[in-house]
Design a protein around this ligand. Sequence first.
Ligand code: ADP
Ligand code: MG
Length: 294
Amino acid sequence: ATPTALLVGTGRGAQLGILIKGPQVLESTRRVDTIVLDKTGTVTTGRMTLVAAVPARGVAEDELLRLAGAAETGSEHPIAAAIAAGALERVAALPTPESFASEDGLGVQAVVDGHLVLVGRPRWLADEWSVTLPAELADALALFASRGQTAVAVAWDGQARGILAVSDVVKATSAAAVAEFRRLGLRPLLLTGDNEVVARAVAAEVGITDVRADVLPAEKAEVIRDLQREGRVVAMVGDGVNDAVALATADLGIAMGTGTDVAIEASDLTLVRSDLVAAADAIRLSRRTLGTIK
Ligand code: ADP
Ligand code: MG
């Protein structure tokens, strides 16, 4: 491959809304046979809204929203933004947490009005904090999951206090992009920290059958390495802090333009319009560019 032809390729990439780190990237793009897609913010818009709040017996809905909303104000996660905004619509003002910490891909913990409040993955609350859900909350959780909605648990002072459900929509172009990946001979796989039922619902909507759900941020890179050990050449598309290591591990890391800086820095390509169709364009472009040189 002559440098000139490769640079022509990168120039064409810019026109298509694809930022390429360097001409050498096109070579790995050409060999890719598997494409791993993060769910939230990549296949879906990542703009979540709060759709339901189910308080535990004896808990007022306003109190659930006030404490959970306050705890989430410090987090940049799309789920946090949805919960804080949804809570603010219901209660006039949210108290400022006295302390706050977030656990990537798991949830948040904050001290609000003297209560230690937890909002996050139900399994994280159970495993790390020994907070188990009473039957009525476990039922609510299963119901939301069956609808493809993401449900998180809320606890304070060591007890489960409610379930909040948030919902996100699949981007308009995601299904067309997946069809295009298949035409290019790529095997698509959906990778997410969200639960299996929600992940399957989103996957079905865009035409993906291979799903890895409930994956912790640290395990995302491990999934990529396993595929590479099978001899696959892997592209990974993601947007979040929790995707950064996987993006760097993949043979080709592709970041959404709307993604976090760490995701963009860890990647080889950035899709300016955050549209997965541009990822298919990039792969077609690199094959064509390198094909004409050979
Ligand atoms: P994805 O892989 O789809 O981008 P994440 O790894 O960011 O998802 O999050 C995985 C799960 O962790 C979420 O579905 C949610 O249950 C929980 N979680 C992460 N951050 C938060 C938060 N700020 N508030 C509540 N739950 C959270
Ligand atoms: Mg994401």
